[in-house]
Write a protein that binds this ligand. Structure first.
Ligand SMILES: Nc1nc2c(c(=O)[nH]1)N[C@H]1C(S)=C(S)[C@@H](COP(=O)(O)O)O[C@H]1N2
Ligand SMILES: [Mo]
Length: 414
C-alpha cells in the first residue's frame, strides 16, 4: 500500500483511494469450484410462481426488530428498534421501522376515521381519508428519531449492547401526503393563531403542540410510507409528519388538529421530553433533533474474521438541516479522516457514509463524528458537562466501538 492512500492513522484510507484488486481475496476461484456451481438444485428446476404480496428470502428471517420492550403493567406501551447493523442504504424497510407506542397499535377502519381541523380557524373542517387523497400530495424522504434514542449511553458504565439496542430508535422512509398548510389555508386562520395541537386516535390520545410556523413550512399529513399506505405501526391511516423534529411530535393515527394561540402544555411536552440542565434550568421545547452519526458496521454482534480490508459504514443525520461532513477515526479519536457520503444529501434526512479501513489485527477504537450547518456532533463529556443531572432526552454524542484482538466489538466511552 502506498503511504499517500491513507488519510488518518491506523489504516484509514483516503475516501477516494483506489483500492487495487486482491485486497479481499475471498472470491478466488478454482476450475473445479466453477463446475460444481453449475449443479445447484435451483438451477435445474423452475422456481415458485407469482404472488400477490411477497416476502423476503427465508434465509433473512432472523433480521428482525431488536430490543422489543413493553412497559410493565401496560398493554402495547413500549418500543421496538430498527436492526441498524443489518441494513444498508438509507431507507428503512417499512416492516423494520422502529415503533414507539404509548397504548398499542389501534386497529383503525379508515372508512370510520376522519381528521378534524378546528379551534382558532374561520371555518372548522372535517376530512375523510378519501377527501384527503384528492388534495395535492408531496413526496419526501426524512428520518423519524425518538428523542429517547441513545439514552442508554447516559449510564455511568457503558452497557454491553448492540448499535440497534442503543441507537435503533431512528428509521427513515419516503413519505407521501398532504401539506397541512393547504388544509389550514382552506379553514382560514384566526388573527391570533400561533400553535397547532395535534391529537392521535389511539387509547393514549397522545397530543403535542406544534408552532404554526413549522406546520406552514413542511408539515405533512402522511398517508403513504415507502410507496404503500402507511403501516398500522406508523399511524395508519394518517400521521402527522414533522421532518427533523423529535419523533414524539409526529402524532400517529392523527384525528384532530386544534389551532390555538398557545401550546397545550400536555404531559408529553412537560413531564416528558423536557431536558433539565446542569444549571437547574429546564428546556421544555427541544424540537429539531441535533446532528448525530453512528458506525453501524462493523459494530457489536458483528465480527472481523481476519486482519485486512473492511469498509466502515454508518448513518448520519440532522434535524436542523443537512449533513455536511462525516469524519471517522480508527485510533480512538487521535486522528480523523473524511468519510465518503453517498448522495443525494437531503434536508432532514439520514445519509450513508463509508470509508475503507485496513485492520491491523490489534485492539483499537472506531468512532464517527458528523457536522451540519450548526456545528459538530459533541463528545459524551461535552454533553454531560452541559446537561448533567436529570437529563435523559436528545443525547447525540459520538459513539465509540472498541475492537478486540478477537475482532469483536463492544460499546465503550471514549
Ligand atoms: N398517537 C400517538 N402518536 C405517537 C406516539 C403514540 O404513542 N401515540 N408515539 C410517539 C413517539 S414517542 C414516537 S418516537 C413516534 C414513533 O413513531 P413510529 O412508531 O412510527 O416509529 O411516534 C410518536 N407519535
Ligand atoms: Mo419517542
Amino acid at each position: 500500500m502506498n503511504k499517500t492512500d491513507f488519510a488518518a492513522d491506523n489504516g484509514l484510507f483516503h475516501r477516494r483511494a483506489f483500492l487495487k484488486g486482491g485486497l479481499v481475496a475471498t472470491g478466488a476461484l478454482t476450475f473445479s469450484s466453477v463446475a460444481a456451481d453449475e449443479r445447484k438444485a435451483w438451477m435445474r428446476q423452475p422456481g415458485l410462481g407469482m404472488e400477490g404480496y411477497s416476502q423476503r428470502s427465508r434465509f433473512e428471517a432472523d433480521i428482525v426488530r431488536q430490543g422489543i420492550g413493553g412497559q410493565a403493567g401496560t398493554t402495547g406501551a413500549g418500543a421496538s428498534r430498527t436492526p441498524l447493523e443489518h441494513l444498508q442504504g438509507t431507507i428503512t424497510p417499512s416492516a423494520l421501522h422502529f415503533e414507539r407506542h404509548h397504548s398499542g397499535v389501534p386497529d383503525i377502519d379508515p372508512s370510520q376515521h376522519s381528521l378534524i381541523v378546528h379551534g382558532a380557524v374561520k371555518q372548522p373542517l372535517k376530512f375523510s381519508l378519501e377527501a384527503l387523497d384528492r388534495y395535492p400530495h408531496v413526496t419526501r424522504q426524512c428520518f423519524i428519531e425518538c428523542s429517547g434514542n441513545s439514552a442508554a449511553l447516559l449510564a455511568p458504565d457503558p452497557r454491553d449492547a448492540s448499535v440497534s439496542e442503543i441507537h435503533g430508535l431512528i428509521s427513515q422512509s419516503e413519505w407521501t401526503g398532504v401539506p397541512i398548510r393547504l388544509l389550514l389555508e382552506e379553514a382560514g386562520l384566526a388573527e391570533d393563531a400561533a400553535w397547532v395541537v395535534a391529537e392521535g386516535a389511539d387509547a393514549a390520545r397522545l397530543n403535542r403542540s406544534v408552532p404554526l410556523e413549522k406546520i406552514m413550512d413542511d408539515a405533512l399529513i402522511a398517508l403513504y410510507q415507502n410507496g404503500e399506505r402507511i403501516r398500522p405501526q406508523q399511524g395508519y391511516p394518517m400521521r402527522l409528519l414533522l421532518p427533523g423534529y423529535e419523533g414524539n411530535m409526529s402524532v400517529k393515527w392523527l384525528h384532530r388538529l386544534q389551532v390555538s394561540n398557545q401550546p397545550a402544555l400536555s404531559r408529553q411536552e412537560t413531564s416528558k421530553y423536557t431536558d433539565v440542565y446542569a444549571n437547574g434550568k429546564a428546556e421544555v421545547f427541544t424540537f429539531p433533533m441535533a446532528i448525530k452519526s453512528v458506525i453501524t458496521s462493523p459494530s457489536p454482534g458483528l465480527k472481523l474474521t481476519d486482519k485486512g480490508l473492511y469498509e466502515i459504514r454508518g448513518l448520519a443525520w440532522s434535524g436542523n438541516g443537512s449533513v455536511r461532513r462525516v469524519e471517522v477515526s480508527a485510533d480512538g479519536g487521535r486522528t480523523w479522516a473524511d468519510a465518503q457520503i453517498d448522495g443525494p444529501i437531503l434536508d432532514k434526512s439520514a445519509v450513508r457514509f463509508r470509508l475503507p479501513w485496513q485492520w491491523s489485527g490489534k485492539p483499537t477504537q472506531l468512532m464517527s463524528r458528523a457536522h451540519d450547518e450548526s456545528g459538530r456532533q459533541p463528545t459524551r463529556d461535552e454533553i454531560l458537562e452541559l446537561k448533567r443531572s436529570r437529563f435523559f432526552y436528545h443525547y447525540n454524542a459520538i459513539q465509540a466501538w472498541q475492537v478486540g484482538a478477537d475482532g469483536g466489538f463492544t460499546n465503550v466511552y471514549a
